[in-house]
Design a protein around this ligand. Sequence first.
Ligand code: ADP
Ligand code: MG
Ligand code: ZN
Length: 630
Amino acid sequence: MHEEIENGRTPPKKPFIFYAIVAMIVIMLLNALLFPSMMERSVVEVGYDQFLEMIDNDEVKEVSYDEYSGEYVFIAENENGAGIYKTGIWPEDGERLLQQLLEHSDVKFSATIPTQTNPLLSFVLTWILPMLFFFLIGEIFYRWMRKRMNSQMPGGMGNAMSFGKSGAKIYVADAKTGVRFEDVAGQEEAKDALKEVVDFLHQPKKYAAIGAKLPKGVLLVGPPGTGKTLLAKAVAGEAGVPFFSISGSEFVEMFVGMGAAKVRDLFKQANEKAPCIVFIDEIDAIGQKRNTGGGLGGNDEREQTLNQLLAEMDGFDGQKGVVMLAATNRPESLDPALLRPGRFDRRVPVELPDLQGREAILKVHAREVKTEADIDWNAIARATAGASGAELANMVNEAALRAVRMGRSAISQEDLEESVETVIAGAQRKNAVVSDREKKIVAYHEIGHALVAAKQSHSAPVTKITIVPRTSGALGYTMQVDEGERMLMSRTEILNKIATLTGGRSAEELIFGKDNMTTGASNDIEQATKLARAMITRYGMTDEFDMVALETVQNQYLGGDASLACAAETASRIDGQVVETVKEAHEKARRILEENESALHRLADYLLEKETITGEEFMNLLEAVPAGGR
Ligand code: ADP
Ligand code: MG
Ligand code: ZN
């Protein structure tokens, strides 16, 4: 865990409470000093006759009458000094008393004679002291709250409540328990890039000797769940310098104008603490492109914050050792000004893990759980192509949960296989009711996919086919695993894949007739169409359009929404070509199935009986059946 220091308040600046206590002591002393004189001035009660006598002796100097209590308060002076006295009234005697007082012309008539205390002291007692008291209570409560919150949410980055001005938290690396680079698996290139930054902060002289400048800003870019935040935490764990962490959304959440102030404050602190690292997670929350079109709907608050950030980044001096880190999964939405040299000029891609990476990530998370000795991690990694680090972490946890449910004390291979499907395709719905006829249709549909895939040499072999429904809604599921990772797909491979996708529906048509086709192919249709379209508009694989980009990808990490960038007339020609491509693939799939109809029946029967079959079983059966119709 990192030791967390609330910015601004600590380290040992004298806290407010210190001043409060000093003030209290001063007031007490004052009080003690003033009280004796008050005692002297305190009121002596005398009889009415004595009052009259004192008037006669010319001792009374000043008199006042209090209507409410019906008392005379007076100041008298004799050889022993002055004093305040009071006496009860003698009602019928008013006239005569007045007469007597008037005879002694030096007696003053006052409205009131202060008997209690001097005004300053009473002001202090009635106003200042209670206020201080409330302040004190408030301060104590506030401290207590903060302590509680910190202890409730220990350590985790970005979740400790922060009352500071900038809201950023400082993590001072604790060599023993923080996240380290070794906890981040399969992101070797990203780690290398960040190691350099850490190294620079450790020994800046080495770099200065050559004249190399520290990169000012490093932007971690990649799809969600690939470990960007984790990498930043690891940098904090390794760096050994103060590490300020703040999420982009925290800049814009509160009041208008706060965002820019927060940025200013953050950089002020960073400059004081240099060398240090400032990490802004999810920077797209503030770093989006500023409105160029003018007009309504702009976000002034966000733009102000962004402008402030840009100004601050220009302002600080790279030599001082403030390194900016930021993470985003929407790099194309960032304002170009942020990516300019001198700002976030270094981009570190954090991509989805490859086969090796997935295996490494699984093993990292397996350290935290008990597993049986003979787990084949490679097999699990192969079955999880396209999964992110976060999903893989989730799979290991799901497997652990399943092992507990099954009453075992360690995770088995089966648990892992099951959890892969839980995470990828939704949990199994064991008791969902599927009619026999539906089941039969699903079996033929799934075998249709698998058969078309297997008969096209370039398609990946099938590893598992099931007709056990998933909670995701899919009634069946054919898992295809690529042998190794393939970064490039050829035109033939794409066409084969489209054919495979149409294989499900083709089998339904062949066996049950065109009129009985079902809605089960909707997902296949969507995928096939996407692929066919991409072939034309993005991969330049057709003669008609050649290598012309007809679509621009909006966001390659979040699903890859593409928007057409061509004339309407071209768009309709593209649509025509898409239909053509899918149609051809569909024809091909149907041909393959017709040629292998007997295998289709055998395999579908077998699947119906077993519900789930492995790729091996499938291939064995397929080879046992001679090609040709039945
Ligand atoms: P991102 O910030 O990129 O969206 P996170 O860093 O928050 O993703 O990752 C979420 C969780 O997924 C991490 O806490 C970790 O448990 C797991 N994870 C992701 N990538 C990796 C990785 N490369 N190695 C180990 N664990 C990972
Ligand atoms: Mg994150
Ligand atoms: Zn299908």
